[in-house]
Design a protein around this ligand. Structure first.
Ligand code: PSU
Ligand code: MN
Length: 306
């Protein structure tokens, strides 16, 4: 066991008995959703994973340790502490060595999951190449992490606050396969279609597991994006979210928002501008991803490489 890891009793027990484990990130709790819906959603997502026959491991940095699996009190702390830092690859050593409270992004959660031997991770949306990245250089560290760290990331695609086409190009260059579930199209978080195709469509957990195990058996390090579209009944109207996204992007520019503040700023503005309806969609898609992720984690244990 790595010196910085601290497993919750539930996760330690799962590990000892060889149960499937699903990692969950914590930036979505601290910076992605408002309190108290964030904590409530985190709890419900964990329960969906248990109901799906796997064990949830929400990951965060608390008290100089990487906590793999959080107690209800730790979840509450993370969801209700404005001082919690958003921790990506760059920030991990700082929050650990300074004993700060840290919420892990997709990139940092992948790193921690790999240290803990967890190969499936469920989130809402991954970071990507921002619009205007040709001048801002704003490309999420999530993409570079997917290029090198062996964790499958279940998400609902990427938000159109990003340049989805450039994000997919970047992933291709880095050799990261993008797999869609139940449709050909790559989803756009709030909506089921982005206008872009995923690289491969693999509908069943067994196919997804076989693909992932084959990749790693070939020594092809790095992650896999498993993209499941938001359920039809929870999706937002495309025209509405497109208009609001443009407005949020414009406000970010007018306010000079840069760096790690960009994504949380846009998420918060979209929630306000949709009068909270984007939050309901966000919660629904994370729960759907939890079902997909639990099934995948089980399949990875069950199905040998074919
Ligand atoms: N996209 C979302 N919701 C989120 C995030 C992204 O739709 O909560 C969070 C994730 O933690 C992701 C991070 O890893 O933002 C990316 O931030 P940045 O663009 O600064 O790398
Ligand atoms: Mn960025």
């Amino acid at each position: 066991m790595h010196q910085f890891l601290l497993l919750s009793p539930e996760v330690a027990n799962a590990r000892a008995s060889g149960k499937p484990i699903v990692a969950l990130e914590s930036t979505i709790i601290s910076h992605g959703m408002p309190y108290p819906q964030n904590v409530q959603t985190a709890r419900e997502v964990e329960q969906i994973i248990r109901d799906g026959g796997a064990v949830p491991a929400t990951i965060a940095v608390i008290g100089g340790k990487i906590c793999i699996g959080l107690t209800p009190e730790q979840l509450e702390l993370l969801g209700n502490s404005p001082e919690a830092l958003k921790v990506s690859r760059r920030d991990l050593a700082y929050v650990l060595s300074q004993n700060k409270l840290g919420a892990t992004t997709v990139a940092a959660t992948m790193i921690c999951a790999q240290l803990a031997g967890i190969s499936v991770f469920v989130t809402g949306g991954i970071g990507g190449v921002h619009r205007g990245a040709e001048t801002s250089f704003d490309i999420s560290a999530d993409l570079q992490e997917l290029a090198q760290t062996n964790v499958a990331v279940v998400c609902a695609g990427v938000k159109s606050i990003l340049d989805i086409g450039l994000t997919l190009e970047y992933l291709e260059t880095q050799g990261v396969p993008v797999v869609s579930v139940g449709q050909e199209g790559f989803p756009a978080f709030f909506t089921r279609e982005s206008g872009y195709h995923a690289d491969f469509r693999l509908d069943t957990p067994a196919e997804q597991a076989s693909f992932i195990r084959t990749k790693w058996a070939l020594g092809l390090n790095g992650g896999v994006v498993v993209a499941a579209p938001v359920p039809e009944s929870d999706a937002m109207p495309k025209e509405e979210i497109d208009g609001i996204t443009l407005q949020a992007l414009q406000e970010a520019e007018e306010n000079g928002v840069t760096g790690k503040k960009v994504t949380p700023f846009l998420l918060a503005r979209i929630k306000t501008l949709t009068a909270g309806r984007s939050l309901a969609t966000n919660i629904a898609l994370v729960k759907n991803n939890a079902r997909v992720g639990a099934a995948l984690a089980r399949a990875l244990l069950e199905h040998p490489i074919t």
